[in-house]
Design a protein around this ligand. Structure first.
Ligand SMILES: [Zn+2]
Length: 421
């Protein structure tokens, strides 16, 4: 449903500041955090309205684009902040979360078939994918994960989570990476995210999700009904400027999520309603879109974004979040100036390769104890090679794909190697 976009934010500021905290959402805290930011810095209200005006304009100007677009990949860094070893979740658990994001944003989620037929026609392949960063901001190979032991309880409720000095972890350049902090919060809180332009301070831009709701295995496995990684799917929607499906406040039929194809909805859903589920605002027909990722239904009940929500997210990706498109976080092809000159002294051939790659270089530029590695696009190490065997490397056992060759003597990637079978 559409409405004037400036008015809701004015109402948001004026009305919500008078509400008792006990009425505020216990699950996603995006709204609460945004109100606090608006209250502290009213300039952010203007910025949010400016971004929403851009968004409406962008959607209007791009509504004739064909359905299928180039898929874009968003680089993610996960900062694990843990009080105890249980919260220091495994790489496998983190990967399970990335897998959920990639399925949900490509309409490849295994539970999509449970979407009511009436809504399947407006369900969107958002054509956005996510990768754990393979290069950190300094150009070093990374698995896209930082780990920090902290002593701060419920660090997600504090201003410490985005500060190394305060016991959390500084963000990686948040114009180039989506920062996700895995951070403890008070009981019942599933997490929050910052919509574009309203992070206060800017260092806090990103997502914050407790370990027990992050991914689908390990500590998340027993978190029913929030055990399927859909908290991050929901919060990532906020990060790309989606509102809750009932609107930016807490209910009522005058509220609007600024998306045309989502049925007007009074307030949050819970559990998993039976279709058709009508409410005070949508009293008949197909009812409300309770299986939308921006509702509060159970994880196994959430199945879809709408085409209208996709357009709003694409507007963010082509507007206030556009710098992410230029990130090399996932490409593995960044180099400093000094490093470029080093790379020019090395040749790697053949490339693409199948059985072997040969590396030739001037001995004087490599130390006698150097070691070399090959990583895949997810940052997983496949080869660890000592100097003695550096001239000819057997790659016949590697699966087809893109790999990055690095040398411990230098930061960054020496060469991108394609293994073709
Ligand atoms: Zn939310």
């Amino acid at each position: 449903m559409k409405s004037n976009i400036e008015l809701p934010y004015k109402l948001l500021l004026l009305v919500l500041l008078t509400l008792p905290f006990s009425l505020w959402g216990q699950k996603c805290q995006m709204t609460e955090k945004r109100i606090a930011a608006f209250d502290k810095n009213p300039e952010l209200v203007l910025e949010a309205n400016r971004i929403n005006q851009f968004t409406e304009r962008w959607i209007e100007e791009n509504r004739d684009l064909t359905q299928s677009r180039a898929v874009v990949t968003m680089p993610v860094v996960v900062h694990v902040l843990y009080l105890n070893s249980a919260e220091n979740i495994s790489e496998a658990q983190i990967n399970s979360q990335i897998d959920v994001l990639n399925a949900d944003y490509r309409k490849l989620n295994s539970n999509f078939s449970s979407t009511p037929n009436a809504f399947q026609g407006i369900a969107a392949d958002v054509e956005v994918e996510f990768c754990l960063a393979s290069l950190d901001p300094n150009g070093n190979i990374t698995n896209g994960i930082t780990r920090t032991q902290t002593t701060i309880n419920e660090i997600g409720e504090t201003s410490s989570f985005y500060s190394t000095a305060a016991g959390g972890h500084d963000p990686w350049d948040n114009t180039k990476y989506i920062n996700i902090w895995v951070c403890n919060q008070s009981d019942g809180s599933l997490g929050f995210a910052t919509p574009p332009g309203v992070a206060d301070p800017p260092e806090s831009d990103g997502l914050c999700i407790p370990s027990v709701y992050f991914g689908t295995i390990g500590t998340a496995a027993n978190s029913q009904p929030n055990h399927l990684g859909r908290t991050a799917t929901h919060e990532m929607g906020h990060y790309f400027n989606l509102e809750h499906i009932w609107g930016p406040e807490y209910g009522g039929c005058d509220e609007d999520d600024f998306v045309n194809d989502t049925p007007n909805q009074d307030t949050e859903s819970g559990g998993c309603p039976t279709f058709p589920n009508t409410d005070y605002c949508t009293t008949g027909g197909n009812g409300i879109n309770f299986n939308n990722y921006l509702d509060y239904s159970d994880d196994d009940c959430m199945t879809m974004f709408t085409e209208g929500q996709k357009m709003r997210m694409l507007a963010a990706i082509n507007g206030p979040r556009a710098s992410l498109l230029n990130s090399v976080g996932c490409s593995g092809m960044v180099a400093t100036e000094d490093f470029s000159s080093f790379r020019n002294l090395i040749s790697v051939y053949p490339n693409p390769a199948n059985e072997f790659i040969n590396i030739s270089f001037e001995n004087k530029i490599i130390s006698s104890n150097s070691s070399w590695q090959m990583y895949d696009v997810n940052g997983k190490k496949h080869l660890d090679i000592s100097i003695s065997e550096i001239k000819k490397i057997n790659v016949s056992h590697l699966p087809q794909g893109i790999y990055y060759l690095s040398c411990l003597d230098y930061p960054g990637v020496v060469e991108k190697i394609i293994i073709a079978k």
